[in-house]
Design a protein around this ligand. Structure first.
Ligand SMILES: *Cc1c(COP(=O)(O)O)cnc(C)c1O
Length: 394
């Protein structure tokens, strides 16, 4: 569709990226093929020399993958996008494409666990070091600057604390020192937050979450603001090999069509669930960007189009109370991950972080009664009743 970038996001969700076929397919077909035949030797030579546009091998380029990449690039308002096998493949590829030995990163201390582990335990082996700071406090960020700081990497709202960092301020700091600014926009999706409008250079997503939205795919993506960097990123991704496959691209592209509907309905439900939890006597505090009690409520109002559908709260009564809630809750699935149409609930202290000492957990701001929920599109009264029933047993 011509001029798709000028249309509203609802139109972009439905139409962006479609590859026109001679058969007139309404959605881009799954090109489930590893490789593409050359017409003759000269054709192969021209493709490899880059003299002619065409497909060679699916790790390098595939029409179904490209259709989905174009759609996500348009939705984020970026120039180009690179589909990856998982969100972590996107994070890793971003670092490999932009940094070299001797470089330093400043990263949000409240960020996805595997991102933190990659930066803290793997990248130092390649001479790349990271300082983790509370990126919601711009003075901490400034204090962490080193002569070799080449990237500020922010996750906002951060996982699992939902701490919010000011995108414009971080981008200003990055620019002032000639560093790149990258944002993990997984929790918001382009429906609720547009980091390029606040000066980001790169956006990454775990498409496993809201973009696909149906909990049946793991996938990731890097979106570039500047087209000039695309050939370099494509080459690095091609050589690292963490590309997405055609079938998962097809599923993500299908999920995108209902992205705005899902995200807004999940958010409507989450607002009501957060309000219910906020008034519950067995709950110490609720952290949700839509509640004025959120420590960065003002920043949320400024840079987010809505509070989203992730809620964190602290249950009175610690680990035991958390277990009772987990073992008695209906509808909500006890599972990691988020952003799908189904509601999920997670109690880190008794589940995902049970292997850590309490001291180490507290250091990571994982308190004993911390519960995280991802609100889905079910009937909101059913969700509140399920919480009410389980909380009454705590
Ligand atoms: C899930 C997630 C990731 C990692 O994505 P995978 O698809 O699981 O590899 C990165 N960042 C955030 C914020 C996430 O929620």
């Amino acid at each position: 569709m011509k001029n798709i970038r000028n249309y509203g996001i609802e139109t972009q969700c439905v139409h962006a990226g479609l590859k026109e076929t001679t058969e007139g397919a309404v959605v881009t077909p799954i090109y489930q093929t590893s490789t593409f035949k050359f017409k003759d030797a000269d054709h192969g030579a021209r493709l490899f020399k880059g003299e002619e546009d065409g497909y060679i091998y699916t790790r390098m380029r595939n029409p179904t993958v490209e259709a989905m990449e174009d759609a996500v690039a348009i939705l984020e308002g970026g120039a180009k996008a690179l589909g990856c096998a998982t969100g972590m493949a996107a994070v890793h590829t971003l670092f490999m494409a932009t940094l070299k030995a001797g470089d330093h990163i400043i990263c949000s201390e409240s960020c996805y666990g595997a991102t933190a582990t990659l930066l803290a335990n793997v990248m130092p082996n390649f001479g790349i070091t990271t300082t983790f700071v509370d990126t919601s406090d711009i003075n901490s960020v400034k204090k962490a600057i080193q002569p070799n700081t080449k990237m500020i990497y922010a996750e906002t709202p951060g996982n699992p604390t939902l701490i919010i960092s000011d995108l414009q301020e971080l981008s200003n700091v990055a620019k002032s020192i000639g560093a790149k600014f990258a944002v993990d926009n997984t929790f918001m999706s382009p429906v609720l937050q547009r980091p390029f409008e606040y000066g980001a250079d790169y956006i990454i997503h775990s498409m496993t979450k809201y973009l696909n939205g149906h909990a049946d795919v793991v996938a990731g993506i890097i979106i570039l603001k500047d087209e000039v960097e695309y050939p370099h990123f494509r080459k690095i991704l091609n050589h690292l090999g963490g590309t997405i496959d055609p079938f998962n691209s097809f599923l993500v592209h299908r999920g995108l069509k209902t992205l705005k509907l899902r995200v807004l309905q999940q958010q409507e439900n989450a607002k009501k669930v957060a309000e219910y939890l906020n008034n519950h006597p067995k709950i110490e505090w609720v952290r949700y960007p839509g509640l004025p009690s959120h420590p960065q409520y003002d920043i949320a109002q400024k840079q987010m189009k809505g509070p989203g559908s992730m809620i964190a709260f602290e249950l009175k009564g610690g680990i035991e109370a958390g277990k009772i809630l987990m073992n008695n809750i209906e509808i909500f699935g006890l599972a990691v991950s988020l952003g799908g149409v189904e509601s999920l609930i997670q109690h880190p202290a008794s589940m995902t972080h049970a292997g850590m000492s309490q001291e180490a957990r507290l250091q990571a701001k994982i308190t004993d009664g911390l519960v995280r929920i991802s609100v889905g599109i079910e009937n909101v009264n059913d969700l509140i009743n399920a919480l009410d029933k389980a909380l009454s047993l705590v």
